[in-house]
Design a protein around this ligand. Structure first.
Ligand code: MGD
Ligand code: MGD
Ligand code: MO
Length: 555
């Protein structure tokens, strides 16, 4: 909508803004660095609104927790928008100067009255009204979101609904304002910026852009197809159709991280040739025909990473890799050689310089400057450009420069699989502070830090089912079944249960999840599927679940 794939704000702005809507994000546990900046803001008087079906540890820092139904985010955003318009709080001059499509948007949100919104979201009308007024009236306000928004079948619509709110109130393109997808890992932003996407060249340049493609074709001496490739979910479908028969996986554990794991394993087994480049022998690596185990991990190699505020920073080799381990760049160069391309022996800096030369918005970021200045934020076009603290100031010039920002018409559409008589609970999945993704890197079965897997359940549901804290339950969806001990969580609303992806060897949560994906983003609906709960037939705790009893009542 705005013309750049990245957060518009900087971390320091979270310290100085007036209002933050933290939407579908448990940043205290999953983005602790950014949350640390936010906490400084809270000390300076920032009002925090947390939108999450669970009263998370992030929500405990909030002025207001908006505990909505899973998948009701468009309904909430549209209701807030209607309230802002009717209360005369829309930023009329910004809308006129910098945006397009307002009339259609206004018509779309009109049916979302406070009463209707309260019904769709489960949040009291008065609370929605207060949040809408606080956001619209603030001089500086930002929206930050993560997977509670993006891991849904209508993920893109969710994001558009939030950006609509920022356009409606003029809360973008100024210091302290912005729309910010917090990135999941230290280099998710960098991965996209480097073109590790099916539709982009390095520098986030569109692969269909003839001029951009011509630059790379000339430099690389190859022809680049002007067509979009497959994203992850499309690849899995193509493997299932046996249209895609060979796969190289670098630093990912899809056998355990993708939705509907039974199905993922089935399609990975169909491949003629699966190569996995890893630092551990993961479940995915165990399915591979070839494992390239000699990869040197991040502290053993040179390079750059780009964080959520678009800041490119250098990473350095801090320790020698284990005996025989090889740099990723060396492995890729050797693969290229066997495919008939001699890349020579490029250093990480050589690669970075090529990226800079072909990506105008990164050109100003030489290794020397990155080193001296502690990183730089893109766009950074020349060797004396200080980089960009925030994006889209162009929208405030009169007339606005560049393309106008379009409002989007988006409608509420709840989860694909809603609870019913057979599967009466809604399972949403996510993270806990002390564990990391599929657990490969955090492991932790023998560490007292890890509480292990549990199925978190509200006190009301536990009472209804006669379940005590620590009782082993069998959780079943239409796709699979797992056992996990119950963890009674006062932060959960009746009807919703929560699990993580952290202990898949013992509790493979992704056997339960649904592999319906947003057709626009390709991301699966990890955040919603229907399950039933029963007392487990087998007594005794699974490995990795042993700490749950010790945490009774600590939520
Ligand atoms: N400690 C730790 N930190 C991590 C990770 C980790 O594994 N461990 N993983 C990293 C990665 S890869 C990522 S992508 C990030 C993810 O960071 P987050 O997105 O913050 O993490 P999640 O816990 O997956 O989901 C966030 C919240 O979405 C809420 N949610 C579920 N459904 C809905 C809904 O319909 N609407 C709304 N508004 N909210 C909903 C959940 O209750 C949950 O609290 O964390 C990163 N940081
Ligand atoms: N149910 C459910 N499922 C989810 C999610 C959810 O919220 N709920 N979240 C989804 C999200 S946001 C994400 S990001 C995915 C995460 O899914 P994955 O990325 O598949 O999970 P990780 O455990 O982070 O796996 C990363 C792998 O990279 C390897 N690795 C680490 N460093 C290096 C290196 O330097 N080189 C190489 N070659 N390998 C390395 C590690 O050993 C590890 O095996 O899970 C997704 N799945
Ligand atoms: Mo992620």
């Amino acid at each position: 909508m705005l013309g750049a794939g990245g957060s518009t704000s900087s971390y320091q702005e979270a310290e100085e803004t007036d209002v933050v809507l933290l939407w579908g994000s448990n940043a205290r546990e999953a983005h602790p660095i950014w949350f640390h900046h936010l906490l400084k803001g809270i000390r300076n008087g920032t009002r925090l609104y947390v939108v999450d079906p669970r009263r998370t540890s992030s929500a405990q820092w909030a002025d207001v927790w908006l505990g909505l139904h899973v998948g009701a985010d468009v309904a909430l955003a549209n209701t807030m928008a209607r309230e802002i318009i009717h209360a005369g709080l829309a930023h009329e001059s910004f809308i006129a100067n910098a945006t397009s499509g307002f009339d259609a948007y206004r018509a779309c949100v009109e049916p979302y009255t406070l009463e209707h919104g309260a019904q769709l979201t489960g949040i009291p009308a008065e609370v929605i009204r207060e949040a809408a007024h606080a956001y619209a009236k603030a001089d500086k306000a930002m929206i930050c979101w993560t997977l509670g928004i993006t891991e849904h079948h209508n993920a893109v619509d969710n994001v558009l609904a939030l950006i609509n709110l920022a356009l409606l109130t003029g809360h973008v393109g100024r210091y302290g304002c912005g729309v910010n997808p917090l990135r999941g890992q230290n280099n998710v932003q960098g991965g996209g910026d480097m073109g590790a996407l099916p539709n982009r060249l390095p520098g986030f340049q569109d692969i269909r852009d003839d001029e951009a493609r011509a630059k790379y074709e000339a430099r690389w001496g190859v022809r680049i197809q002007p067509t979009y490739g497959w994203n992850l979910t499309e690849m899995l479908m193509a493997m299932d159709r046996e249209e895609m028969t060979s796969l190289l996986v670098v630093g990912e554990n899809p056998a355990q991280s993708d939705a509907d794991a039974h199905h993922v394993e089935k399609v990975l087994r169909k491949l003629d040739h699966l190569v996995v480049q890893e630092i551990f022998l993961t479940k995915t690596a165990q399915l591979a025909h070839v494992v390239l185990p000699a990869t040197a991990s991040w502290c053993e190699a040179e390079g750059t990473v780009t964080n959520s505020e678009r800041r490119v920073q250098r990473v350095r080799k801090a320790v020698e890799p284990p005996e025989g381990a090889r740099d990723e760049l060396w492995i890729l160069s050797e693969l290229a050689k066997r495919l008939g391309h001699d890349w020579g022996k490029p250093s990480a800096e050589d690669v970075w310089n090529e990226v800079r030369e072909l990506s105008p918005k990164l050109f100003g970021m030489s290794y020397e400057r990155l080193e001296k200045l502690g990183g730089l934020q893109w766009p950074c076009r020349t060797l004396d450009d200080p980089g960009s603290l925030f994006l889209h100031a162009r929208l405030w010039e009169v007339p606005a420069q560049g393309r106008l920002a379009p409002f989007s018409v988006v409608e509420h559409a709840g989860p694909v699989e809603m609870p019913d008589a057979d599967y009466p609970f809604l399972l949403t999945t996510g993270r806990r502070l002390e564990s990391y993704n599929t657990g490969v890197q955090s492991g932790g079965y023998d560490s007292p830090l890890h509480r292990g897997e549990s199925v978190d359940i509200s006190p009301e549901d536990a009472a209804m089912l006669g379940v005590q804290h620590g009782d082993l339950l069998t959780i079943t969806s239409r796709r699979g079944t797992v056992d996990a001990p119950a963890h009674i969580d006062r932060g959960l609303r009746a009807g919703v249960v929560f699990m993580t992806l952290h202990f898949p060897d013992d509790v493979a949560t992704n056997l339960l999840t649904i592999d319906i994906a947003d057709p626009k983003s390709g991301t699966a609906e990890f955040k919603a599927c229907a399950v039933k709960l029963e007392p487990a037939r087998v007594r005794g705790l699974a490995r990795g679940t042993t700490n749950v009893l010790a945490t009774a009542g600590t939520d």
